[in-house]
Design a protein around this ligand. Structure first.
Ligand code: UTP
Length: 408
């Protein structure tokens, strides 16, 4: 883009302060900042002004799950089917590790966090061990794609190198970077983190497949003949990855996606619930549901909206390609955003000072025609690490790992 076009666009969007900053830079700085500005999605930035305009929900209906008792009854058959698909090379895994883990409060990739008690046990290591349980059984490896961001990619790759990929073959692991999005203050003005750089942060976990495509990783998926991708979060250390029972059950169901879910502990538990919205699968947050919906029950007494998602999904690759360019809702989130002021002083705020924009993987589900809701036992498969202490913390995850026989 020519400089005059860039300035016109910045003026149109009320971002004159960026022109001032730009004019103070040398050629290299100008080039860097211009490259960032050219990538901005102005429609998204404009959303900062309508944060309150909550997403309107369609007609909600319950979606029944394949429950644990039924899974147990057919486990051998599901597992055999899943293992066969894995052996045929049809299953790949995607680790979403581009987040910043701000609640945990440790700089650097969350997967580097050491959760060991008597020895070193890193989150990444735990995940690889979980994957190795499956690949040992299958007798072959599952390609693992790891999503990072500009903020943590180099450190993540270096860590895997240093630890020799925790025993996983390097040729089955590929890293790719997700897209970045700008941040704005409460007036919608773009924040800067350095004289020649906007304050950019990872754009949420919902753009993972788009990022795989623009980085050429989808070509590798095709080359290897992968038909299904299992995506999962970095922070659930009890995560079962490429779980053959889940794969087999999803294949058996004939559906195009699957979601691992856990039974709600109580009606008001703060989890996103998998249900139907206007006849299509959807994940609805607890605060979007009415009291009536929250408390509604089935004839057998179970809650109608009974299953919360744990960020472990299976997607059919051809369907992902179909929806790859579909518009997804942008979530505007209030955050503490480090920035430099007009005088060039750097600030690291203690309280939120603006908005970031994120796409969420849960919105992908609604773009698909169907989804298998697959129940898992919380205490065996769900130990998320979001905080240092308390709920969903290092402490609670350590206790759950120990209950599951893992030495820490
Ligand atoms: P969270 O929603 O817990 O976000 O991510 P976070 O950034 O890790 O943590 P906080 O909110 O700052 O404390 C759920 C999963 O999605 C990934 C995370 O790495 C985690 O596996 N994620 C999140 C991305 O890959 N990219 C993102 O932009 C955001």
């Amino acid at each position: 883009m020519r400089e005059d076009e860039l300035f016109t666009s910045l003026k149109e969007h009320g971002q004159e302060h960026i022109i001032e900053a730009y004019e103070k830079l040398d050629d290299a700085g100008k080039k860097k900042l211009a490259a960032q500005l050219e990538k901005i999605d102005w429609d998204m930035v404009a959303m900062a002004g309508n944060k309150e305009a909550a997403q309107e929900r369609g007609k909600l209906e319950p979606l029944s799950a394949l429950e644990v008792s039924e899974i147990e009854a057919n486990k051998a058959a599901y597992e055999a089917k899943g293992l066969e698909a894995i052996r045929q090379g049809k299953v790949g895994a995607v680790l979403l590790a581009g987040g910043q883990g701000t609640r945990l409060g440790s700089d650097g990739p969350k997967g580097k966090y050491n959760i060991g008690i008597t020895k070193d046990v890193y989150i990444f290591e735990r995940l690889i061990r979980n994957l190795l349980d499956v690949t040992d059984k299958a007798g072959c490896f599952v390609p693992l794609y790891i999503m990072t961001s500009d903020k943590n990619n180099d450190e993540t790759v270096a860590f895997f190198e240093e630890k020799n990929y925790f025993g996983y073959p390097k040729e089955y692991v590929a890293f790719f970077k997700q897209e970045m999005a700008p941040s704005v203050d409460y007036d919608g003005k773009l924040l800067m983190e350095a004289a020649d750089s906007l304050s950019l942060s990872p754009n949420g976990n919902g753009g993972w497949f788009y990022s795989m495509a623009v980085n050429g990783v989808v070509d590798d998926v095709h080359k290897r003949g992968i038909e299904w991708l299992n995506i999962f979060a970095v922070d659930n250390v009890l995560q079962r990855i490429a779980d053959p029972v889940f794969v087999g059950a999803t294949l058996d169901s004939g559906r195009v996606s699957g979601a691992k879910v856990v039974r709600k502990a109580e009606p008001n538990e703060k989890v996103g619930v998998l249900c139907l919205e206007d006849g299509k699968p959807s994940i609805v947050e607890y605060y979007e549901m009415t009291e009536e919906i929250i408390n509604s029950r089935e004839p057998n007494g179970d809650l109608s909206y009974n299953f919360g998602v744990i960020l472990n999904y299976l997607f059919r690759v051809d369907k992902l390609e179909e929806i790859m360019n579909a518009k997804m809702p942008v979530h505007v989130v209030e955050k503490k955003i480090p920035y430099i002021d007009k005088e060039g002083n750097f600030h690291k705020p203690e309280t939120p000072n603006g908005y970031k924009f994120e796409l969420l993987v849960l919105d992908m589900i609604h773009l698909l025609e169907n989804c298998l809701s697959f129940e898992v036992v919380r205490n065996y498969e769900f130990a998320p690490i979001k905080n240092k202490t308390g709920v969903d913390s290092v402490e609670s995850a350590q206790a759950l790992l120990q209950q599951n026989g893992v030495t820490l």
